[in-house]
Design a protein around this ligand. Sequence first.
Ligand SMILES: Nc1nc2c(ncn2[C@@H]2O[C@H](COP(=O)(O)OP(=O)(O)OP(=O)(O)O)[C@@H](O)[C@H]2O)c(=O)[nH]1
Ligand SMILES: [Mg+2]
Length: 358
Amino acid sequence: MHVALAGLPLSGKTCLFTALSEGAVDSAAHPARADHPNAASVAVPDVRLDWLHEHYQTPRKVAVHIEWLDLPGLAPGRPDLASQNTAIVEHLRRADALVCVLRAFESDRVPGRVDPQADRDALFGEFLLADLDVILRRIEKVEGQLTKPLPNRDALQHELDFLQRCRQALEAEAPLQGVPQTEAERNILRNFAALTLKPVLNVLNVGEDHADRPAEVIGSYPDLPRPVFALCASLESEIEQLAPDERGPFLAELGLDRFHAPDVPAAVHGALDRITFYTTGDKEVAARSLPRGANAVEAAADVHTDMAHGFIRAEVVGFDDLKAAGDLKHARAEGHVRLEGRDYVVRDGDVILFHFSR
Ligand SMILES: Nc1nc2c(ncn2[C@@H]2O[C@H](COP(=O)(O)OP(=O)(O)OP(=O)(O)O)[C@@H](O)[C@H]2O)c(=O)[nH]1
Ligand SMILES: [Mg+2]
């Protein structure tokens, strides 16, 4: 999963990136550039996977990973930075989801007043413009093609009608997500990698004085599109410079019960509407990410294409049932292990053993 950090300049993207990647990149020495963003692949913290690994004692533990991308800030209304903005947008297009970092902290070093709602609107305005740009270019192209006697005129005319509806939505400042679309139309949009179709997690970057009250800060911005997360990115990034045994006292000193950055990956995963299932074997236990609603064969394909091709059935136990029973033998004896077929819709937390023919 590729997740890009988007935001206005100086909103705290790099601090958040540092906290999420535990300092994997020296951003001070190598600041993120539009032509060279900073990337870090980070395991999603997962207590269920930790338990399974502890229980099965396999040599390997395979977590779901997120590839985080740190970019410079988008600067709306800056024609002098147009080429940089375009390059940033191209990176955002390639991401599966966007984390929009919104400044909610006071600082002398950052110009302008604190207004995360206005910043979000400015950022979203850039997304709308970027999508409008690709839609208009495509409209022009299709209109040009329709002047010629082509065999696929009906399909082109259909596409043009759909593109005009998209244009109207964007001009009315509505995301493409809200435009009713058939599967074929969805595929047209997929080619554009539209920004206003992407799942977004808004992150309020709060000041040190509010670090212990994220829920309160979120509550004071009721109009900010959900899901919304809040944390103090600068504090959270400082932890990676501390030895593990210094972290507890650092938190206590700040009056915090815990850090919040480790919860961001799960929040992004939720915004993507994905679930996690688990597989266990002799060599490894693995957490795997699937779109919600995917069936058992699709889950098998995520492990190995052979498993999907030769799929016979899936033996499934919910993580909570497995943990409560203590082990698979007891879970089976208590009737928690089910045999499911190809069409079974995988649930979050399922531990699955696939039976397949080779
Ligand atoms: N007080 C406070 N300052 C912060 C916080 N997060 C970031 N800052 C400060 O804001 C400035 C910008 O932080 P960065 O993380 O570099 O912001 P950025 O979004 O990566 O900036 P660009 O990449 O230049 O767009 C730095 O001086 C940070 O120390 C915060 O939560 N509280
Ligand atoms: Mg930065």
